[in-house]
Design a protein around this ligand. Structure first.
Ligand SMILES: C[S@@+](CC[C@H](N)C(=O)[O-])C[C@H]1O[C@@H](n2cnc3c(N)ncnc32)[C@H](O)[C@@H]1O
Length: 284
């Protein structure tokens, strides 16, 4: 069919058996718990990839995913199905807590390590970095390491590029816009980019939270916000314990405000909504 007569398909039909297969794949690989009723959403999200590959339907796409020994198409499938919604300064109480409580508590440390787990397109780790840059001097800032990880390669490449629509700058203080961003990105009107000197301060890395992460350095603060909502209770429970192991004694775990650790067994103490702390191990 010539392109001009190709019907505009906004979505793919997902048959019940195909949906079950996708549910099982996303759960096994990424821990993502796709509930019944999400068939239309899945069809819409897979549509672009199916059309890019010139395939005709979800069934032929799933055959391709299974036949692909490199595993790259499985990554593309997970990429297409992850929800990457985020924003600068999302849930601002956490940044206020970082500035007023965490930083003073860590002031005497030789180094500070912060991990943004499930960083999506980068707005979260950049918001962390910009707060630190405003609060700390050059020498103190040099001792800060920020690791930002996500399962989605698509989200990560946007994060490390640091290019955003200029309209998003309304979310940010004027001083931040001047200090951290440049305009006129590669001739693209209406886009801004995080300046290279700031982008290079964050280490972006693909990491699936369902896989081993014992090689991630023990952190003082872990942000894992609005990620666990996509997992079932059992997966959340395991992940919280593994995060606790990756925290320094006295370190903090910050989760999304719609998430909670109620009913889970872990060694962390509740500090305030969506903030937990690992005991310092010191008496008194
Ligand atoms: C809604 S975004 C949250 C972004 C940011 N933390 C925030 O609160 O704005 C959720 C992110 O979790 C990531 N994610 C989902 N499952 C994951 C997994 N198994 N391992 C790592 N990241 C995962 C998604 O790719 C997505 O970018």
């Amino acid at each position: 069919m010539p392109p001009e007569t190709t019907p505009l398909i906004a979505s793919q039909t997902v048959q019940p058996g195909e949906f079950r297969k996708i549910q099982s794949l996303t759960y096994q690989v990424a821990g993502i718990d796709l509930r019944e009723g999400k068939e239309a959403l899945v069809g819409a999200r897979l549509n672009k990839r199916i059309r890019e590959l010139g395939l005709k339907d979800v069934s032929s796409y799933l055959n391709l995913v299974e036949a692909d020994r490199t595993g790259l198409e499985l990554i593309a499938l997970i990429d297409a199905l992850t929800t990457n919604f985020t924003s600068f300064l999302r849930e601002p109480q956490h940044f206020e807590f970082l500035r007023s409580v965490i930083l003073p508590a860590l002031a005497t440390r030789a180094s500070i390590r912060i991990w943004s787990a499930g960083c999506s397109t980068g707005e979260e780790p950049y918001s962390i970095l910009f707060h630190l840059a405003q609060a700390l001097g050059q020498a103190e800032l040099a001792a800060v390491e920020i690791l930002a990880t996500d399962i989605s390669t698509r989200a990560l490449s946007a994060a490390s590029a640091g290019v955003y629509p200029a309209s998003r700058m309304k979310e940010l203080p004027e001083a931040w816009r001047k200090r951290f961003f440049q305009r006129g990105v590669g001739g693209q009107d209406g886009m801004v980019r995080v300046r290279e000197e700031w982008r290079s301060r964050i280490r972006f890395q693909r990491l699936n939270l369902m896989e081993e992460f014992t090689n991630v350095a023990v952190a003082n603060v872990i942000f894992c916000r609005n990620v666990m909502i996509y997992f079932d209770k059992q997966t959340q429970q395991k992940l919280v314990r593994r995060f606790a192991e990756r925290l320094e004694p006295g370190g903090w775990l910050l989760i999304g405000h719609s998430e909670g650790l109620m009913g889970m067994e872990h060694e962390l103490s509740y500090v305030m909504p969506a903030v937990y702390r690992k005991p310092s191990g010191r008496k008194g």
